[in-house]
Design a protein around this ligand. Sequence first.
Ligand SMILES: [Fe+2]
Ligand SMILES: [Fe+2]
Length: 147
Amino acid sequence: MEIIKWSKDLESGIAAFDEEHKFLVKTINNIYNLLRGGKRDEAKKLLMEKVVSYADKHFKHEGEVMERYGYPEEELEKHKKIHGFFVRHVVNTLAPQIEKGEDKEFREALNFIIGWLVMHIKNMDVKGYGKWFKEQRIEVHDKMAEI
Ligand SMILES: [Fe+2]
Ligand SMILES: [Fe+2]
């Protein structure tokens, strides 16, 4: 079962970032299925080792590309700040909650991550830098960050 379905409105137009977003979506779907199958430890491991660490790499990549092409300073700072809030929230609040809690807490944390990610991609990535890069007619030929 797919808890997040990839859709057109998640496409930023920058291939590397779309691939990175797709990897995050696919991994979250895998985690959800592991949890449903009672494989809690595996699900936990995948969340911390793949989603959290890869999200961090992806955020750095976005920040670096936005800087490279002169994305407006104020927007860039806002975007980076929001990435930072998310990583800190997951590491400091959600991870301990998952560690101590039951499946319910795990599912709640996962729901937060899913909701945040989808909203962020749609509102800040696609409508933010995605739109800007298109307007500026800038093509980014980066490869996706290594997994
Ligand atoms: Fe992103
Ligand atoms: Fe972002």
